[in-house]
Structure formats: structure tokens, C-alpha cells
Write a protein that binds this ligand. Structure first.
Ligand SMILES: [Zn+2]
Length: 434
């Protein structure tokens, strides 16, 4: 099928200077095949084409959330996760991710999930499950969710970040505990064996645990290095939950590819990241969104720690921006559909321009995950993961909340434009004006 998205204003996210331009985007099957700008003249229309008039709305690449836990409940004040079964966890994670796609989040990087549920979701949304003979029964009944890049189960030291002290999960496992370089390398290899695209380490304390702090260095240099070497040998990357600047620097020297949160990053850490091309996913929401914390009944110690850390966290992002660190957006909160776009608003409030924020939610994540040749921008030849919004997000980033259409690989997932779809045979002209 050929699909023409006409009369739209394209924000392609392909360069650093974003300016919407009027164009018709032509999609064939899963792929963008052409972008006709206004001065290209009338466009030849294929006989079986579908035309959607975007009515001057804005067309962008689908959004990414680069730090999420689809099956997570963080910080889980009532410890529900401890007694949840894998089936319950899986169904909740499925709803969470399917809902995310409907608000325009077409790709996720899952940074640590119990029982490898993220990997199961990745395969499901790629419609690679169920396997074998029974696949035939489902081939024409595709299940739609975002594309996932997965870290599987995260790795921490015994009692490290995210542990509930002596309370363990009964039916699921959200983190592997490993001590010493050999054990950490083994845990990383196990996660990769299970199908992970990334390895996730917890190298410092954070907000969620009772007896820990953001500034608490947990994993040693040798442990981090062991995981990085194991992953890099396989061509995979390592991301790390990081608080203190000293731990970040140690982690960067040990070979980390991305720093998560970076609550206390200083100038030196940011310069090292910029120099070595280490990505930064700030997840500002987790220290800034007090309303969210109260609504989800975060324990008082978490709220206090988060809010006390907010200013240093904001300064870390500012310092990273100044140093030219490559930034990607991710909220680290659930449900993803409620928090992914709020995070983009937070980084803009903290000093990113809307253009920088859009790039951090589109092109940069694709580059970070090594799929920049097929995703991240509106470019002929790339996959048609696209969103249509009502107003210009470069003027007001909150325009991302008014998503009118979502396409994944050329398939229309959401269409709030009503009867905008016109079959070619109902059109009088053989070509469409821009
Ligand atoms: Zn996280």
C-alpha cells in the first residue's frame, strides 16, 4: 500500500536547526520512500494510493523514551512487585507499552525489567511470537506496541540500588546481584544470552531504596570494567544508574556507554562524556515531579531525597548541555503514556530548547541504539514511525500532548483526524497539490 501524507509541515529532526517545512511524505509499506517539498511541483499519484490530508498539522518522527521499566513499579511503596506473578507483571507491562504507543512513543529503551519481560515484549511487538507452527494462526492479527531496546534484568551488587533490604520478590526477579569482576561479567553474559541489547548496571545508590543515597558509590571500577568488556566483545552497550560525579567518572573510564540520571554530574564528568561520546539520559522527572510523587504515594524519604537532589540534577543537565554531551530523553516513571512527554517538558523547563529536546527524543536515541540508518528522522529510506501533532512543538513543546496520528512502520495506529482518509479513486485529480 502507498500512503500519501499531504499538506503537512514536516519537522524532520535530521539537522540541529529545526524548521517546519510544507511537504508530502510518501510511505510504501513500512518505509518512507519520498518527501516532496512544495517547490517540487505536483506529485504523481499511484492508482491504489491512500491520501491523508494533514490540514497543515505537524509531522515528526515517533518519540522515544530512553529510560523506562515497562514492568516496573518504582518505588513501589506497598511492595506489590514482591508478590506479583510473572503473568500479572507481563500483562501490566503489555498494557503499559501498548498505551505508550498510542500517545506517540514509538520506541523504548527498557533499562532493567524483571523476568526479561522487556525482551518478551520486544519480540511480541515485532510480531515474532508465538513461534513455530502456531505462528500461522496469528500472522494477520498483529499486536501493536513500541519498538524496544532491552537491558533485560539489571545488575547490582548484593543489596545495591533498588533492593528492598531483606525483602525479596517471591515470583519474579527484577535484579541480579553480583559481587566481584568475575561475577559481574558472568551476570552480564547471562543477560546477553537471554537476548538483551544493553547491559544495565547499578553503580551508585539512588532515590528508591531505604538505606542508600545518590552519592553512594556501589560498584567498583573493576566490576564496571568487567561488564563493559563482556558487553563490548559482543558489540553491545552498557548503561548505568549513576548518582555521584566521582562514580560517573570511574564508570566512564571503565567504559560505560550511557549515564542514567547523573544526579550530581560536574563539569569534569560532562567533559569526559562529551569527549568520549558517552550518552546522558537525565530523567529529570524523578527529582522534579512532586505532584507525581505524591499521587503515587512515594515514601517520605524518597520524596525528600528527590526534591533535595533536584537542583543539583538540573545543574547537571545544564552542565552537560554546555559541554556538548549527547542527550537522550527518558522519564523512568510509569505509566509511560503519562510520563514520557512530561519528561520532555521538564527538560525544556530546565533549559533545553524545544529543538534540542525533540532531537533528544528522536534522532539521538536512534543513534545511541545503533539504528540511525532506519529510525530517528523523517528521511526517505527510513521506517515510517511517525506522529502528527496539532500545533508547532518548536513554539510550545506541550504540543506533543495533542497527538492526532501515530504510525508505526507505515501502519496507522492512531487516527484522530476522523474521515481524513480518502481513497485515490474518489479523487478527481491524478496528482495532488501540496
Ligand atoms: Zn530506572
Amino acid at each position: 500500500m502507498t500512503l500519501y501524507l499531504t499538506n503537512g509541515r514536516v519537522i524532520d529532526c535530521a539537522t540541529d536547526r529545526l524548521e517546519p517545512y510544507p511537504a508530502t511524505v510518501v510511505i510504501e509499506g513500512p518505509q518512507i520512500v519520498a518527501i516532496h517539498e512544495r517547490d517540487d511541483g505536483p506529485i504523481p499519484l499511484l492508482p491504489d494510493a491512500t491520501v491523508i490530508d494533514l490540514g497543515g498539522r505537524y509531522l515528526l518522527p515517533g518519540l522515544w523514551d530512553c529510560h523506562c521499566h515497562p514492568g516496573g513499579m518504582i518505588p513501589d511503596p506497598h511492595r506489590i512487585a514482591c508478590f506479583e506473578t510473572e503473568a500479572e507483571l507481563t500483562l501490566r507491562a503489555l498494557r503499559n507499552t501498548m498505551a505508550a504507543l498510542r500517545v506517540g512513543v514509538t520506541a523504548l529503551r527498557a533499562t532493567g525489567d524483571a523476568s526479561f519481560v522487556d525482551i518478551a515484549l520486544r519480540e511480541t511487538f515485532a510480531n515474532r511470537q508465538p513461534a513455530g507452527l502456531w505462528k500461522r494462526g496469528y500472522d494477520d492479527k498483529r499486536l501493536h506496541g513500541p519498538r524496544l531496546f532491552c537491558a533485560g534484568i539489571g545488575i547490582r551488587i548484593t543489596g545495591g540500588h533498588g533492593s528492598n533490604g531483606r525483602v525479596e520478590e517471591v515470583y519474579t526477579r527484577s535484579c541480579l546481584e553480583a559481587d566481584g569482576p568475575a561475577a559481574v561479567a558472568q551476570a552480564a553474559r547471562y543477560v546477553m544470552k537471554m537476548g538483551a541489547d544493553w547491559v544495565k548496571l547499578m553503580i551508585t545508590g539512588g532515590i528508591a531504596g531505604i538505606r542508600e543515597g545518590m552519592g553512594e558509590s556501589q560498584m567498583t571500577f573493576d566490576e564496571i570494567k568487567a561488564a563493559c568488556e563482556a558487553a563490548h566483545r559482543k558489540g553491545l552497550k552498557v548503561c548505568a544508574h549513576t548518582g555521584a560525579a566521582a562514580a560517573a567518572k570511574e564508570g566512564i573510564r571503565a567504559g560505560l556507554d550511557s549515564i542514567e540520571h547523573g544526579y550530581q554530574l560536574d563539569e569534569e564528568a560532562c567533559e569526559m562524556m562529551a569527549e568520549r561520546g558517552v550518552y546522558y539520559c537525565p530523567t529529570l522527572s524523578v527529582t522534579h515531579d512532586e505532584e507525581y510523587m505524591r499521587r503515587w504515594e512515594w515514601p517520605d524519604y524518597s520524596i525528600r531525597r528527590a526534591l533535595e537532589g533536584a537542583e543539583a540534577h538540573r545543574r547537571a543537565l545544564e552542565t552537560a548541555l554546555k559541554a556538548g554531551v549527547k542527550i537522550v530523553n527518558g522519564a523512568d516513571l510509569n505509566p509511560i503514556a503519562d510520563t514520557a512527554i512530561a519528561e520532555i517538558e521538564w527538560v525544556v523547563k530546565a533549559g533545553m530548547t524545544p529543538a534540542q529536546a525533540l532531537i533528544a527524543s528522536t534522532r539521538r536515541p536512534a543513534e545511541m541504539c545503533g539504528v540511525e540508518d532506519i529510525l530517528g528522522t523523517i528521511t526517505a529510506g527510513k521506517l515510517a514511525d511517525l506522529i502528527v501533532v496539532e500545533a508547532n512543538p518548536l513554539q510550545n513543546i506541550s504540543a506533543l500532548r495533542q497527538v492526532q496520528m501515530v504510525l508505526k512502520e507505515g501502519e496507522i495506529i492512531v487516527d484522530r483526524l476522523g474521515n481524513a482518509v480518502n481513497r485515490f479513486d474518489r479523487l478527481a485529480a491524478a496528482s495532488i497539490p501540496l
